[in-house]
Write a protein that binds this ligand. Sequence first.
Ligand code: F6P
Ligand code: MG
Length: 472
Amino acid sequence: YDTKTPQSITSDVNSFANDSVRNRWPVILTQAIDDVHRTVNTLENPEAQAEGKKIIEELGTLKYEVLHDRKLTPIVNDEYPEEVEAYNREIEQRGNPSWLDVPWLFSECYMYRRISTFFSLSTHWKDYDIFARQKMDTFRTSRKAVLELATRYRELVNQLAADKNATHDIEAEKLLFAEFFEICLWGNATDLSLLTNLTYEDIQKLQGSEARKNAEKNILINNLPQAYELLKKAQQDGQTERRVDIVLDNAGFELYVDLILAGFLLASGLATQIVLRPKSIPWFVSDVLPSDFSALLNAISDPKTFFETPSDEEKLQDKTPAPLAGTEEDDLKFVFQHWAQAHADGQLIMRPHRYWTRGGSFWRLPKEAPELHEDLKPAQLVIFKGDLNYRKLTGDAHWDTTTPFTEAIGPLGPGSGVNVLSLRTCKADVVVGLKPGQDEELKALNGQDPNDKARKWAWYGKWAVVCLSQGN
Ligand code: F6P
Ligand code: MG
């Protein structure tokens, strides 16, 4: 059920796929090894220590195989044998490829799935998340933007509560809708798998409201007005249950802004329930696991403790964070209360599914996970956050950039019964839905020859696309 359009492949020297496998994955694996080392050093149980050392070796072997272009080896069976079997079957069907000549999407998913078995097959490290430390630490460094948004959120929620019976101002609501969706969109520019290219400072610059205003012109396709109409119409038609699903991407700041958006949709009455869809294993470094949701809520329930503890970076520089002001603490506690209440009322729920960590694109979703497909249909809108989800929707294929989004997502397009809204900052090669000549213009703007094959403008999260496909 895959697209016939050829997929992005790691052997293509003009692609970000090639750059990723050669330059970024070895760094990600080195960081993972360092993390396990650090934890091993804090352990007292010799059995747990020994297992930790074995995991370090396994990660080292994997890194060696990537660096030396070895073949992808079969994944060892764990408690999800049919998943492992699917990965291993695909390796075989693809002719036992090696790291530098394999479809990018499949090999990257394989890498994280294989890493997960090093932990799942242990006794003492089963639920260990090698990326947890990095995720929380970066959230700490997002303090400025987190506080700015908490103040804005509190103001807005109180205003909406007070205004309930007042005449609804549609124009104002549309503006707020755009503001909160844009916050949520640019939150995706901050994922940790790109930290190998960006510094913490670069990331912080992307998070403030000033930066967001400047970045509006960088949204190349913007279907937010159509998405608004969909939700508004359901509300005006008097549908009592209006659900918005979010297929989550990254933890930390991005999850925080996803929840800000969720809270806005609930408080404005544009949705009555939000379903959050996390990953089940540590994935693409910073993707959300259910435990990240609890960690985030914990952090903001006691913001003083969290934000006054120095980040790793600050520790190195011997810096201590400034104390939180009283109003800052109150604003964050307000945000926590609002989300905790929505969670308790069943308006904000988390629904994991193992399908999100399979190796294929979402072209296969209706066939491979029919019950998940059915579960997505009743939602008014299914928001797919981030770059990886976009690659999975489009099959990570070499589409002509003017191909309509609705065509590039194949079986999840019109007729699928799913209203797909992709919010993505571009961090890969695939892009669809552009105007003729736009790709060439962007290459030139980026200082490249317009005929250059490498689409470098689309690699670093500077540009974004917001694409809607209506399922019916
Ligand atoms: O390009 C860097 C990269 O790691 C890609 O491999 C992947 O598609 C993406 O970033 C992950 O980004 P996101 O968190 O937005 O899905
Ligand atoms: Mg991610």
